[in-house]
Design a protein around this ligand. Structure first.
Ligand code: ZN
Length: 163
């Protein structure tokens, strides 16, 4: 990804931030996932009166992407309220870790202006991480060979739209 492409992905996350449902904290976050096929899936945080059920923008984007048939990601951009670059919570780092890009996933962080972009990777954000391989799963293999045990009815292939 070139810096112009980075800016585009951050712009998508900024636009998504405007859609946040954050009546309790007022803290709006937008995320944009770039799939292996070059599509951008956007989402925002969704809060709940039962605070613990609040869903972060990053995980909402993963869920939306998987539901649309995407399981391979190149990068994620996250934009949050305020001047400082957004930061991913631990839960979102772990959820992003699940997919084939794994620790190599590029992560772009920006504040609400989107002007300054911090580019990093999941490896930097989630050191000594736990992943599918610890349970004897080959993430690449799982995504190549179709649904495995417990994956349920789906697209009829583990490849999704990115395969
Ligand atoms: Zn989170």
């Amino acid at each position: 990804m070139s810096p112009p492409a980075d800016r585009e992905l951050v712009a998508a996350a900024r636009a998504a931030r405007a859609l946040a449902y954050a009546p309790y904290s007022g803290y709006r976050v937008g995320a944009a996932l770039l799939t292996a096929g070059g599509e951008v899936v956007r989402a925002a945080n969704v809060e709940n009166a039962s605070y613990g059920l609040t869903l972060c923008a990053e995980r909402a984007a993963v869920v939306a992407a998987v539901a649309a048939g995407h399981r391979r990601f190149q990068a994620v951009a996250v934009v949050a309220d305020g001047p400082d670059p957004a930061a991913l919570c631990g839960a979102c780092r772990q959820v992003l870790r699940e997919f084939p890009a794994g620790l190599g996933l590029r992560v772009l962080l920006a504040g609400e202006s989107g002007d300054e972009i911090v580019a990093t990777t999941l490896a930097d954000l989630l050191p000594a991480s736990f992943g599918p391989e610890r349970l004897g799963r080959d993430p690449e293999g799982d995504f190549r060979s179709g649904p495995g045990p417990g994956s349920g009815p789906g697209l009829g292939s583990g490849e999704g739209r990115d395969g």
